[in-house]
Design a protein around this ligand. Structure first.
Ligand SMILES: *[C@@H]1O[C@H](CO)[C@@H](O)[C@H](O)[C@H]1NC(C)=O
Ligand SMILES: *[C@@H]1O[C@H](CO)[C@@H](O)[C@H](O)[C@H]1NC(C)=O
Ligand SMILES: *[C@@H]1O[C@H](CO)[C@@H](O)[C@H](O)[C@H]1NC(C)=O
Length: 463
């Protein structure tokens, strides 16, 4: 979809040896909810581009929203920061907040084009209309209280609106896509979305697939299975990996142990074979500034540094680059459990996106969001033993809700329940305190993850 001119400029903006975009995901706030300013994004992007061991290859940034944190529809300051640091951008518009919310995203998109058009155009890797919106509307998403989603009809309508907004502008060559879980992509009810877009983004977290054999030894295979399933539904369109990663710290999820060593193994075995050939936005550069979430996925800690927590060089993996794809077939066979398999991984990502988006809105400017709280609420029909999920939720002065992931509100509540036999955590759209129920050892557990986001969006729309 790129014009020849913009494609040429775009390629020129990439490191010469790189045939694909490589970068990280960036929320609009810190973990305390304060909005990132242009200098913050610039420091992030410079750090990513200078990460030891990566040969300067991580020069792309995926955003979840066009809107600057703490404003209604101002352009996110990541855009001028990307221009000043020559960082390419996978732009994102939050698409689960209802029409008024989406109109604000479009306002910011149009403002970005009019303000930065000529500088911005060549840096745009693509535009994602939404993030995991379809997943959140599925029975699994609803059971998980993953938050408000979007129907395929609404999404295709929004995609049309984005195409109209960029038509005839400096971004007219930008490819328009959507990010979701592989289970959403293979669902035939969503085929119209695939028809409407230029590329498919897939978010996948083997660590959260706690109803599966998800030890680190299966990490690459599980990711490749998600990519393979998505590709099978893609109508020949490109599949980009928009979020994946393995935590350096945090709770154990079934067989998945969060550790720096395992994060490095996942980077080597799942990431390195993709880097340079598939567009990848890793999760993530940093998610622990100023506070460290559980789990934490950052390749650096709470202080910005170009020295990663583990070796990112891919030097260890040169002889292994073909083994990971060959393992796909084995895990594809597990698709009968695909629903369970997907739910936890997408729960995390949905929460992240929700937090980022909410934190970017005018109604949400407390602490907690940052797309980095990475609340893990393990939900499944048979709760894993010894699972503990905690959630931080920050309530605003006038809005209430409950749930997870720090939807960008002020106030912190963590509730932990153990040993329950049938526990339901509920999100309260009208309460003024948050409730997050976490269980272990229980059967039929429902958590309230994402419920806070529903409340957040309700609050936003009520403004
Ligand atoms: C399939 O997609 C439709 C539309 O997005 C959704 O309503 C439905 O719940 C999905 N089915 C499953 C099993 O996820
Ligand atoms: C290849 O992968 C295996 C297991 O994943 C690992 O033990 C081995 O060290 C790797 N080889 C290289 C050269 O990194
Ligand atoms: C949010 O809480 C922090 C401390 O936890 C406080 O400094 C800040 O003023 C609060 N913000 C709002 C909007 O209440």
């Amino acid at each position: 979809m790129h014009s020849v001119a913009s494609l040429a400029a775009l390629v020129a903006a990439l490191p010469s040896a790189l045939a694909a975009y490589q970068g990280f995901n960036y929320g609009s706030t810190f973990t305390d909810g304060s909005a990132k300013a242009q200098t913050d994004f610039e420091n992030d992007f410079k750090t990513a581009a200078s990460l030891a061991g990566t040969n300067g290859a991580f020069t792309s940034a995926r955003l979840y929203t066009m809107i600057q944190g703490g404003t209604t529809s101002d352009v996110i300051s990541a855009i001028p920061a990307a221009i000043s640091t020559k960082t390419s951008l996978l732009l994102g518009l939050w698409a689960s907040g209802g029409d008024a919310s989406f109109a604000n995203e479009l306002t910011a998109l149009k403002a970005a084009i009019s303000t930065y058009g000529d500088s911005l155009g060549p840096l745009v890797a693509g535009i994602s209309v939404g993030s995991e919106d379809l997943y959140r509307e599925t029975p699994t998403g609803i059971e998980n209280d993953a938050g408000v989603g979007t129907s395929p009809d609404t999404l295709t309508n929004y995609i049309s609106q984005v195409r109209a907004a960029i038509s005839g502008t400096a971004l007219s060559g930008a490819s328009v896509g959507h990010v979701d879980t592989w289970t959403a992509w293979v669902n035939g009810s969503n085929a119209a979305v695939i028809e409407a877009i230029d590329w498919l983004g897939v978010d996948a977290y083997p660590y959260f697939q706690n109803t599966e054999n998800n030890g680190i030894d299966q990490g690459a295979a599980l990711l490749n299975s998600a990519i393979s399933e998505t590709t099978s539904a893609a109508q020949g369109k490109p599949v980009w990996v928009t979020e994946t990663g393995w935590p350096v710290s945090g709770d154990t999820e079934n067989l998945a142990v969060a550790s720096t060593a395992n994060a490095k193994t996942y980077w080597d075995e799942a990431g390195c074979p993709l880097f340079g050939s598939t567009n990848v936005w890793w999760y993530t550069l940093q998610d622990s500034a100023p506070t460290t979430p559980n789990p934490s996925f950052g390749v650096i800690g709470s202080t910005l540094t170009t020295t990663p927590l583990y070796d990112l060089s891919c030097d260890d993996t040169s002889s292994n680059t073909t083994s990971s794809s060959s393992s796909t077939a084995a895990t594809t066979a597990t698709s009968s459990s695909s629903t369970a398999k997907q739910q936890t991984s997408s729960t995390k990502a949905a929460t992240t996106s929700a937090a980022v988006s909410a934190a970017s809105s005018s109604a949400a400017r407390g602490a907690g969001g940052a797309g980095g709280a990475h609340t893990t609420l393990t939900t499944s029909t048979s709760a894993p033993a010894n699972t503990v999920a905690t959630s931080t939720y920050v309530a605003p002065t006038t809005t209430a809700g409950s749930g997870s992931g720090g939807a960008g509100y002020n106030g912190t509540t963590t509730a932990t329940t153990r040993g329950g036999s049938s526990t339901t955590g509920s999100g309260g759209a009208t309460t003024s305190s948050s409730t997050v129920v976490v269980t272990n050892g229980g059967a039929v557990v429902k958590g309230s993850i994402g419920a806070g986001f529903a409340a957040v969006m309700a609050a936003i729309l009520a403004l």
